[in-house]
Design a binder for this molecule. Structure first.
Ligand SMILES: *Cc1c(COP(=O)(O)O)cnc(C)c1O
Length: 394
């Protein structure tokens, strides 16, 4: 009996999924660093362009190494299809521009990665697309925001930077009633801990730059969903606008997937320990971590996530205290990246979320004292010592 990859455990999917060996039988996957492809005959070229003969045409449309990455990630996500993009933002931009037209309306959660919010607030209006931003955990707010021309719901959960969580299944149910599509940015949960497609979402987007690489090397992104949805809305858009992932980056990300499950689980285990240590410290006003019972949406988290993730946020009360904390760190880096093997801390107000107005930040509860910590793979005791020392200094 031939192995069916759909029957494999996650660990096997991540090691064996998508593998397309060349005739040389190499053990490590090949990098096909090629832009274009040659044909045996003009008849063959004709048939490839007509779509009647399988095979690659041009790397803007597809490349064998990129396809290996797409196939492995689709198998992990349990999605029919995956299309890679050059960055997480290229994937988000693709998802939004493929699903709306001038005159359409979008409803989105307020708490979003800064660039996602920029696309909705500053870019989409140029093309006649309006967005209503809602407090995502409030289901009634999604319903109230719907207009006759609402075509898309966009959400991020847990959201950056304060780990606010919303109910994917309940939001998808509202979207289904009105015939709108749902796109979920699943970066913080990772494909290991949350499967939005199974909860009713039409598309899931990733910044592969984060946990999928996980070692600070390359940018990448991905868009996953049903084959029919992807073909209908994105096939031509990708071909003609070129948000394509480089084969080299695809190879790095493909190898990153091999260890994704191990890394994310280990980082999450450490994050849980550190979230409690941070929460117990006298200098900390509030800690936000999806694994803690005091998370405002703990009940939704128990239903829709199988793990709490690698990011912790906490409030030190003022910008000065947050900066004293960051300056006292010796092991943890000051960096705005996340999901990396190296632990990193950032002050969102002055970095990732500085393009928001003060008022917009206050709407999502982001005051001056918040710090976001991405927990890496270092020894938990070393991290605990570094954080305790820096918290004392705050
Ligand atoms: C980083 C990030 C993105 C953007 O990804 P890039 O690869 O940096 O373009 C989008 N959404 C979320 C939630 C992110 O954390």
């Amino acid at each position: 009996m031939a192995e069916d990859p759909n029957d494999w455990e996650t660990a096997t999917r991540l090691i064996r999924g998508g593998l397309d060996r060349s005739p040389h039988g190499e053990t490590a996957e090949p990098i096909y660093l090629t832009q274009s492809f040659v044909y045996d005959s003009p008849e063959s070229a004709d048939a490839r362009f007509a779509g009647t003969e399988p095979g690659f045409i041009y790397a803007r449309y597809g490349n064998p190494t990129v396809k290996m990455f797409e196939d492995r990630l689709a198998l992990l996500e349990g999605a029919e299809a995956c299309r890679a993009a050059a960055s997480g933002m290229a994937a988000v931009q693709l998802a939004i521009s493929g699903l709306v037209r001038a005159g359409d309306h979008i409803v989105s959660g307020k708490a979003l990665f800064g660039s996602c919010r920029w696309i909705l607030n500053n870019w989409a209006p140029r093309f006649g697309v309006e967005t209503t931003l809602v407090h995502a955990p409030d289901i009634a707010a999604w319903k109230a925001a719907v207009r006759p021309n609402t075509k898309l719901f966009f959400l991020e959960t847990p959201a950056n930077p304060l780990l606010e969580v919303c109910d994917i299944a309940a939001i998808c149910a509202i979207a289904r009633e009105i015939g709108a599509k749902v796109v979920v940015d699943n970066v913080f949960a990772t494909p290991i801990f949350q499967s939005p497609l199974k909860l009713g979402a039409d598309l899931v987007v990733y910044s592969a730059t984060k946990h999928i690489d996980g070692q600070g090397r390359v940018l990448g992104g991905a868009l996953l969903g049903d084959l029919a949805v992807i073909e209908e809305n994105f096939k031509d858009l990708i071909r003609h606008t070129g948000p394509s992932l480089s084969p080299f980056n695809a190879w790095v990300l493909f190898k990153g997937l091999e260890t994704l499950d191990l890394r994310v689980r280990r980082q999450t285990e450490t994050a849980g320990v550190l979230a409690d240590l941070i929460g117990d410290h006298a200098k900390v006003g509030a800690v936000r971590y999806p694994g803690r019972a005091d998370h405002p949406q703990a009940e939704i988290i128990a239903r829709q996530m199988s793990g709490a993730g690698t990011v912790v946020a906490f409030d030190l009360g003022s910008r000065d205290a947050a900066f004293r904390f960051l300056n006292a760190l010796e092991l943890v880096d000051i960096s705005n990246n996340l999901g990396d093997a190296k632990s990193m801390a950032t002050h969102p107000n002055t970095t990732t979320h500085r393009s928001m107005t003060e008022e917009q930040r206050l709407e999502i509860g982001l005051t001056e004292g918040w710090v976001r910590l991405s927990v890496g793979l270092e020894g938990p005791k070393d991290l605990a010592r570094d954080l305790s020392r820096a918290l004392d200094a705050a």
